[in-house]
Structures are given as structure tokens and as C-alpha cells.
Ligand binder design. Structure first.
Ligand SMILES: [Zn+2]
Length: 165
């Protein structure tokens, strides 16, 4: 919960719990959600948990990616929801930072389907607390050496106990 004794704006202590609708407009679509908040009974200012706002932005980014909306504002929104600088996203995708900028300002539309798939995966995983794709992309910069002999597991692989039977 939001720990706040007094309103930051008017210093009133009349803060109450409220469920507040939040809206985000991206690429001509309005996304809404209802978040828990503390509302000032004096001036009406509303306070949200930062983590809730981040999660909302990731949910919006995911909805955009699910619907394959990758115009400039959508790409910009996805990158910001991921908390990445343009140069960091560029490094993950192995493109130049200027390329990311051109996608975002609409000068060159993003049409590369594999790039869209990776962006979709990045926002989907971040929204669900995973980081498989991002970690893998980072590992590709400096891959670990694979041993000559490698033991792998599949669904059908017998476990240690089964082997002993
Ligand atoms: Zn206030």
C-alpha cells in the first residue's frame, strides 16, 4: 500500500483509499485500468504505487504488441515500458540507435517481422516477470563456450529415481 501521511500538494492529512481509473492513449487507442490509490479529500490529488503504474504500462505495451501495432508511438511506448534507452534496445536488437529513433519518429516504419516478434516477446515476458529473451539476447553478445559433451533433458528423460528401478 501507499505509505503517505500527508498530501504532498496541500499537506492535508485527509487521505483516503480509492480505486481510480487510469487511462493511456497510444497510437489512437485508449487503454484503461482501475488502480488502488490514495486520494486527498482536500485537493483531490491522487497517489499511486510506482510499481502499479509500471505494470499498467507493460500491460498496455503487451496489448499493442499482441495486436501487432508497431507504429512510431507504439514502439516508443514499448521501449519506455521496458525501461530501455534507445541505444540499449538497439544493442539488444543488433540495430543502430538511429534505426530505433526512425521507427519511433515514424520516419522509417518498423516492418521487420522478426524484430516485431522479439519486441512482442520482450514486453510479454517483462509483463509476466520473466526475462528469458532479454537474457538470451544479452548472452549472444558474448556466448558461453559449449562443452564437448553435453547432457540434455527432455520430457521423456528418465529422472535419477527412475533410472535406479
Ligand atoms: Zn491535497
Amino acid at each position: 500500500m501507499i505509505k503517505l501521511r500527508n498530501c504532498v500538494r496541500c499537506e492535508s492529512d485527509r487521505l483516503e483509499d480509492a480505486n481510480v481509473e487510469r487511462l493511456r492513449e497510444v497510437s489512437g487507442h485508449v487503454f484503461s485500468t482501475v488502480l488502488p490509490a490514495r486520494r486527498c479529500g482536500n485537493c483531490g490529488e491522487e497517489y499511486f504505487e510506482g510499481v502499479d503504474l509500471v505494470r499498467f504500462d507493460l500491460a498496455v505495451a503487451r496489448a499493442l504488441a499482441d495486436a501487432a501495432v508497431f507504429d512510431g508511438p507504439a514502439v516508443l511506448f514499448m521501449r519506455k515500458a521496458l525501461g530501455l534507452l534507445a541505444k540499449d534496445l538497439a544493442a539488444l536488437l543488433a540495430v543502430r540507435a538511429e534505426t530505433v529513433s526512425r521507427w519511433e519518429n515514424g520516419k522509417t516504419p518498423l516492418v521487420d517481422r522478426p524484430v516485431k516478434a522479439v519486441l512482442h516477446q520482450l514486453v510479454t515476458e517483462r509483463a509476466t516477470g520473466a526475462s528469458t529473451t532479454e537474457s538470451y539476447l544479452r548472452s549472444l553478445v558474448k556466448p558461453r563456450r559449449l562443452a564437448k559433451r553435453v547432457k540434455v533433458a527432455t520430457e521423456a528423460t528418465a529422472g535419477e529415481d527412475a533410472t535406479r528401478e
